[in-house]
Design a binder for this molecule. Sequence first.
Ligand code: SF4
Length: 354
Amino acid sequence: MENNSKSRINLKDLSFSELEIFINSLGVEKYRTKQVAEWIFKKGAASFHEMTNLSMDLRVRLESASRIGVPEIKARLISKRGDTVKYLFGLSDGQVAESVFMRHDYGISACVSTQVGCRYACRLCASGLGGLIRDLSPGEIYDQVLGMQQDSGERISRLVIMGSGEPLDNYSATLTFIRNITAPYGLNVGYRHITISTCGLAPGIRKLALEKMPLTLAVSLHAPNDELRNQLVPVNRKYPLRELISACRDYARDTGRRVTFEYALIADVNDTRDHALELCRLLSGMLCHVNLIPVNPVVGKGIEPPSKQQIELFKKILEENMIAATVRRAFGADINAACGQLRQRAMGDVGREK
Ligand code: SF4
């Protein structure tokens, strides 16, 4: 009874209200929607055959008009410390989506992708190297979480939408995914345990603030002035710091949520005392937090992390100016856990790696 027809609608791509309309169009009572939603989003049913509390007639009608996407693990890399697992999920058109599973003292978190590739070409990221290939659908994003949870047998309680792709560039699919994953009929992940990461699409940040969801917004900042940020995060030419920071200030004010700024520290590029002071002026008075991330060295590209003392000095300057800051350890550096790295390696190898 399993349905593999790709042309039929994937029920995991629908929001609850869309699912309700679809179920209704089959001539079925609306109250059945919750049962179907629980089967696909919470129990991870892979076929209509499993939906034993639905009549056989309804299962046949569902199967003739729709399908259920299922996660397909193509590759799995485990870090030496065993706290990080990187997954590659195969998609129906042969593309792959990458995700990371991370074990912390306080529970399990996962990082998911929203696009294959990315159009924004940030300098420190591998995802943008080949440009944007395509958006992921809501179901393809959802199946990364479901797949990691099914594979590990452990509950994922926190999510970062920070893998390949810019979530605000695939806005509607990302929001449908968030609504389904937070719902009681889904995996019931708390909004407050979800971080959505952007390279700085100011209009998208403003739109997100209007959704009134208590999500954490993380912005890849990496530089305290436009000249430097234009080089590291090219989309800054379109949405310069003045516009971006104004959108972030409004987001913090409207949602009451602290904005996280990611700042990759690169020796002799953005790590000086002057850069730290400039950053303090930029973020002054905002409800925010800065994650300082010493970069992984890139051989031959002149990209090196600063010394420990320099990192500590940078952090101290922020704290003296009332800006909360932490130095973040890199997860899974030995398994290419930076976004885009595994997919790039694997695309030449799909079908062989498992
Ligand atoms: S950091 Fe994010 S927005 Fe920038 S290229 Fe990578 S995936 Fe795209």
